[in-house]
Design a protein around this ligand. Structure first.
Ligand SMILES: Cc1cc2nc3c(=O)[nH]c(=O)nc-3n(C[C@H](O)[C@H](O)[C@H](O)COP(=O)(O)O)c2cc1C
Length: 366
């Protein structure tokens, strides 16, 4: 019997061995100018053993100023490239998952404390820096950003290109532009944070321009056979913000540009948002986009059990499921799901001794 969650899927030339992806999760563990270290090797390394078809890095920023916090990862110079190379090479050599990178700029949500220190805007004495955005409108009470001028826009886009080139050189299989959660691309997309009167503001087509141009610039330096997708917030959860019908149009435009997948999240743009969280709370957005646009669509958000994840794929609501906290809780989530659903999945060689066909104890876990 085929189990949809464990069917492979093709994204351009890349075959992902099952429909399970580890979602990007900031670790705030790179205090040394955005350089990945032991924690990143351990963190991504553990997921790569655990048979998720795809493991995505945390938001990896295109500049130091584009980082959310001083603990966030960056990929903007030789040092950050070398740091990430160590993690990447480990995952490639020992792991079984395809490897994706999320490339990001935090815009007006940069210059924050790490969550353990409060997660608020960095005070001046802790080394706050000037943030940038579509307009000079702060997120809540946070720093007031500088609106990017035409030159600033081109500079940021060039930073995305440079980071993407580095990610290509490292050997990633898939690339994702982070345009969700209220970060820079999202700040251009939403009418709540974008009050520009030039070609980058006003109509949805204009508000999309920053993301579209950045996507095209990244695409131009990624080899033809490798996929590039986008993470979007389907809705802002605030009146007057981005609604699902806007996101459907954004996804249709991305499809025209050759976008290989959209990864559908929500919220993060506005401090007054009213999110309704519950099991699979964002899946309906992914389902609507997949149906309306016919683009490969990934779902995320409180997808926790094997049955739930399998149903999302079986019912055609999404093409992939992404897990964040469920995978943090159990980095071998995919092994347990395969055991529960009665299928085989990939194991790193060193861990095969606990495979259900070789270890009778697995029966007791069903
Ligand atoms: C610790 C943590 C860090 C996160 N960092 C990122 C990130 O770097 N980029 C991103 O797009 N989403 C990030 N997210 C959001 C997750 O990718 C995911 O969309 C969200 O947690 C909902 O999925 P879940 O219910 O499976 O946790 C983060 C979530 C957590 C819990």
């Amino acid at each position: 019997m085929s189990v949809p969650l464990f069917e492979p899927i093709n994204v351009r030339s890349v075959e992902i061995p099952n429909r399970i992806a580890i979602a990007p999760m900031c670790q705030y563990a790179a205090p040394d100018n955005g350089v990945a270290g032991d924690w990143h090797l351990m963190n991504l390394g553990q997921y790569c053993m655990g048979a998720a078809g795809l493991v995505m890095t945390e938001a990896t920023h295109v500049s130091l100023d584009g980082r959310i916090t001083k603990g966030c990862l960056s990929l903007h110079n030789d040092e950050t490239e070398a740091g990430l190379k160590r993690t990447f090479d480990f995952c490639r050599e020992w792991g079984v998952s395809k490897l994706a990178i999320q490339i990001a700029h935090a815009g007006r949500k940069a210059s924050c404390q790490v969550p353990l220190r409060g997660g608020q805007s960095l005070p001046a004495e802790e080394g706050a820096w000037q943030t940038v955005s579509a307009s000079d409108i702060p997120y809540g009470e946070w720093h007031t950003p500088q609106a990017l001028d035409a030159r600033g826009i081109k500079e940021v886009q060039q930073q995305f290109v440079e980071s993407t080139k580095r990610a290509v050189r490292l050997g990633f299989d898939l690339f994702e532009l982070h345009a969700a959660h209220g970060y820079l691309m999202n700040q251009f997309l939403s009418p709540l944070s974008n009050k520009r009167t030039d070609a980058y503001g006003g109509s949805l087509e204009n508000r999309m321009r920053m993301m579209v141009e950045t996507f095209e610039a990244m695409r131009s330096v990624i080899p033809n056979d490798l996929p590039l997708g986008v993470r979007l917030s389907a809705v802002d959860w605030v009146e007057g913000g981005v609604e699902l019908e806007d996101t459907v149009k954004i996804c249709a435009a991305l499809k025209e540009l050759g976008c290989d997948f959209v990864d559908i999240s929500s919220g993060g743009l506005h401090s007054e948002q009213k999110i309704k969280v519950g099991p699979g709370y964002q899946v309906a957005f992914a389902e609507a986009i997949k149906r309306e646009v016919g683009i490969q669509t990934w779902a995320v958000g409180m997808i926790v059990t094997a049955q739930q994840a399998n149903e999302i794929i079986a019912d055609g609501q999404a093409d992939m499921v992404m897990l964040a906290r469920g995978a943090m809780f159990n980095p071998r989530w995919a092994w347990h799901a395969a055991n529960e659903l009665g299928v085989e999945t990939l194991y790193a060689d060193q861990y095969k001794r606990c495979r259900p066909d070789l270890w009778p104890g697995a029966e007791m876990l069903k």
